[in-house]
Design a protein around this ligand. Structure first.
Ligand code: PLP
Length: 377
């Protein structure tokens, strides 16, 4: 089926008892057992929930994977994937990853004896140079947060295969509508569903998708054993949202391109980062592995005064953490999304205090441009 048809139907069918077209919210913590050893395959809400299963099947289908495993947040999904490793294992991670992922690696997993190397993942040679005898995983986020640099996913998947590593991609920024890493050879995809997949800024959630049965079995065990499961209501909201994913992503993409093109011409702006711009250094790579460029646009102003004044004066864009909702948001990566990254690491990555990240929503294009213009002027 086509993507939009799957987005609306995959994992769902009219309810068997009532015919309800929309999958019900099964708010139950436990299930009646007919007699000892005889039940309907459902025992306890942490391990099985029908609404959650529908969401997992839906997103797994959109990512063209066999299994989806839903979690109560994006970082819980990252945590579950890292739980595939054991003490003494080494991970090669992209240096430009979400600040909370970096914090999870450095403050939690290093305590359990897992080692990390952070590399500039725009070049596969950098990944190759970081390999050690105990390397087990390569963890990527492309486009990266907040500077939107890309990793060549086909080459990264090949590199992981040759070296017998588990390849993982955080696909939050693109969603399966614009990028499907599993089709390019990656083993595991994960999302903060908090962002575009839910898309309405009213749920915190995460999901992992894989076609590997062994990883699936282990991740499913972790889901039940750690217990970071999403509520049935949150699953239902996210399932409601994926139905409109293609429409929303097209509009995010269209608005983001218009905003990026406008910013490029404004004298108060020093540089603009958006892979959809023809002069983005990785535009050709973007076109070869993505079918759109998403809704995040990052830019650097010419001074901290301009940055501060912009953040204070925008009206439609709300100064807030997060991204991927229908409404436009603006974030100051230095103090917000990447606040937990040490200053020297931020300096190395180019996350300066003048940097601004826009999550361009699906409002009318001309209203967004006018808002940016008045705030910059
Ligand atoms: C790319 C990316 N991955 C993971 C996360 C973590 O997701 P959550 O906030 O749902 O735990 C975020 C959150 O901002 C993110 O931007």
């Amino acid at each position: 089926m086509g993507f939009s048809t799957d987005a609306i139907h995959a994992g769902q069918q009219p309810d068997l008892t009532t015919g309800a077209v929309i999958t019900p919210i099964f708010m139950t913590s436990t299930y009646a057992q007919e007699e000892l050893g005889k039940d309907k395959g459902y025992h306890y809400g942490r391990t099985q929930n029908f609404t959650r299963e529908a969401l997992e099947a839906n997103i797994a289908c959109l990512e063209r994977g066999s299994h989806g495993i839903a979690f109560s947040s994006g970082v819980a999904a990252v945590h579950a994937v890292l739980s595939l490793l054991k003490s003494g294992d080494h991970v090669i991670a992209a240096e430009e990853i979400y600040g909370g992922t970096y914090r999870l690696f450095e403050r939690i997993f290093t305590e359990f004896g897992i080692e990390f190397s952070y590399v500039n993942a725009t070049s596969i040679e950098n990944l190759e140079q970081a390999i050690r005898p105990n390397t087990r995983m390569v963890f990527l986020e492309t486009p990266s947060n907040p500077l939107l640099t890309l990793t060549d996913l086909r080459s990264a998947a090949e590199f992981a295969k040759i070296n017998n590593l588990i390849s993982v991609v955080d696909n939050t920024f693109m969603t399966p509508y614009f990028q499907r890493p599993l089709e390019l050879g990656i083993n595991i995809v994960l999302h903060s569903t908090t962002k575009y997949l839910n898309g309405h800024s009213d749920v915190i959630g995460g999901i992992v998708v894989t076609s590997n049965d062994d990883y699936h079995r282990k991740l499913r065990f972790t889901q039940a054993a750690i217990g970071a499961v999403p509520s049935p209501f949150d699953c239902w909201l996210t399932l409601r949202s994926t139905k409109t994913l293609s429409l929303r992503m097209n509009k995010h993409n269209q608005n983001a391109l218009a905003v990026a093109e406008f910013l490029e011409k404004h004298p108060a702006v020093e540089s603009v980062y958006f892979p959809g711009l023809a002069d983005h250094p990785q535009h050709q790579l973007a076109k070869s592995q993505m079918s759109g460029f998403g809704g995040v646009v990052t830019f650097r102003t010419r001074s901290m005064d301009i940055t501060r004044s912009f953040l204070k004066n925008v009206k439609i864009f709300t100064l807030a953490e997060s991204l991927g909702g229908v409404e436009s948001l603006v974030c100051h990566p230095y103090t917000m999304s990447h606040g937990s990254v040490p200053p020297e690491q931020k300096a190395k990555l180019g996350i300066t205090e003048t940097l601004i990240r826009l999550s361009v929503g699906i409002e009318d294009t001309e209203d967004l441009i006018a808002d940016i213009q008045q705030a910059l002027d």
